[in-house]
Design a protein around this ligand. Structure first.
Ligand code: PLP
Length: 462
């Protein structure tokens, strides 16, 4: 058996096939097949700002933005420079207090809404959520957790227990007990769930990202805040995807001037280059949960507070403020939305377009059952129904060199979530690509038939 190991130089010269073969053999064969079927397997070799280049020199526009992790774009030089500056510091040294962590926590307290003050650092969004719900339980002495249907808070066991998609939950049941869900945007249902006074917390996204870019009715967060106060439950707002300028505000909850008891952050806090997660809470909640020497280490993380990630976080926040990216997201998001809305009346394939700032979703109508569907005994329709967003994303990528993706809980929605440094010219390029796709596929039968053929031929060739 060949025991030779790759080094990084080998990997830089990998071909598309090398990547696919390794992925199929050593990583996740099912995912490799899905990406292959949808024509999304590329060999990207360089990235900067909104642009990514493949090994053939083609330039792509990234309108997926790392699911919200790239508010500053790819490889922002100011973040890389900050990390370079701390390279001589101990990166992981758990025997003392973190210099960089102390400063990032200070900066977060200065920009966070309300009385949010004390931060815990970890490495991802789901871990931030884990920390938040554990904190709510210990601080209140209660166990019940309420979340929303259609929500997405992550895939570790605790976060999954308050995530609203059965497809992800059922295979791992039983999940954490005493987790209940209510319809998003429904204050009466929330009040009913809170009314027994047993809930430790209600956790909610200000806009449901993976749920399909769903905006709640006006006043929802304010109402939720009041109900949580009335029934003595903590309000946890998950800003993992919506935070740091994305929706035209530093934090999306500022749209309704609501401040939570705990706020979760991740994604763009790492400046697009470092994994990071955090939850920030009030002094009162922190002290109830972890106050005193006995309790101060009840929750911890080895890589949390590492100097590189903290430096990236400090630089990312400063850069978002310095470049006024919240304002840019509001203005350019408005421009994008106005142009997109002109397409709704023209093309039947579009069911809805919604969003705030530069978090925008286009929902597609489910395709009607066609001839191919009859031949495939429903397979095509099932795939098309489940993956219409992915099919359009495939067309955008392969014909127009624009990167997008469908939302995790609602595959009929594609998200447009470009870096906040995107220009109007780049937005115009996406608008004309979409218009051309819709024009070519009036009634969307074209896309489904073409994609169905791709799907069928790849199924048959396996
Ligand atoms: N919370 C929200 C609102 C998210 O959108 C996500 C990921 O998309 C998460 C939590 C989980 O973050 P991660 O993938 O970093 O674990």
């Amino acid at each position: 058996m060949d025991k030779r190991l790759y080094n990084v130089n080998d990997v830089i010269n990998f071909t598309r096939k090398d990547i696919m073969d390794n992925y199929k053999e050593y990583v996740n064969p099912g995912f490799a097949n899905l990406i292959g079927i949808l024509g999304l397997d590329k060999n990207y070799t360089r990235a900067s700002g909104v642009s990514v280049w493949d090994s053939e020199g083609n330039e792509y526009l990234d309108f997926l933005g790392g699911f919200g992790a790239l508010n500053l774009g790819h490889n922002p030089p100011e973040v890389i420079e900050a990390v370079e500056k701390v390279k001589q510091l101990p990166n992981i040294l758990k025997s003392t207090l973190g210099k960089m962590a102390s400063a990032l926590a200070h900066n977060l307290a200065k920009i966070a809404p309300g009385d949010l003050n004390n931060t815990f650092f970890c490495n991802s969004g789901t871990e931030a959520v884990e920390g938040a719900i554990k904190t709510a339980r210990i601080a209140t002495g209660k166990t019940k957790l309420i979340s929303c249907k259609g929500s997405f808070h992550g895939k570790t066991l605790g976060a999954l227990s308050i995530t609203g998609r059965e497809k992800y939950r059922i295979p791992f049941a039983p999940l954490v007990p005493e987790c209940y869900s209510v319809p998003y945007g429904d204050l009466a249902a929330l009040e009913e769930a809170l009314a027994d006074g047993e809930a430790a917390a209600f956790i909610v996204e200000p806009i449901q990202g993976e749920g399909g870019v769903i905006l709640p009715p006006e006043g929802y967060l304010k109402g939720a805040r009041e109900l949580c106060d009335k029934y003595n439950a903590l309000l946890i707002i998950d800003e993992v995807q919506t935070g740091l300028g994305r929706t035209g505000y530093m934090f999306a909850c500022e749209y309704e001037q609501v401040s939570p008891d705990i706020m979760c952050l991740a994604k763009s806090l790492g400046g697009g280059i470092m994994p990071i997660g955090a939850f920030i809470t009030t002094k009162d909640v922190w002290n109830k949960a972890y106050g005193g020497i006995e309790k101060c280490l009840l929750h911890s993380s080895t890589f949390g507070e590492n100097s590189w990630a903290m430096a990236a976080g400090i630089a990312a926040i400063n850069s978002i403020i310095h470049k006024d990216l919240s304002k840019k997201a509001k203005e350019n998001g408005g421009y994008f939305m106005d142009k997109l809305k002109t397409l709704i009346d023209k093309y039947k394939i579009i069911k809805d377009i919604r969003g705030r700032g530069l978090l925008i979703g286009i929902e597609f109508e489910e395709p009607a059952k066609g001839l191919l569907d009859k031949i495939s005994k429903g397979t095509i329709n099932k795939l098309a129904g489940e993956y219409i967003g992915a099919m359009i994303a495939g067309e955008l990528l392969n014909t127009y060199k624009i990167i997008t993706a469908y939302t995790l809980n609602n595959p009929n929605v594609i998200r447009l979530e470009p870096p906040l440094v995107v220009t109007r010219e780049q937005i115009d390029r996406v608008i004309s690509a979409l218009e051309e796709i819709f024009e070519k596929n009036r009634g969307f039968l074209g896309i489904t038939l073409k994609s169905a053929k791709t799907v069928l031929s790849s199924i048959l060739s396996r």
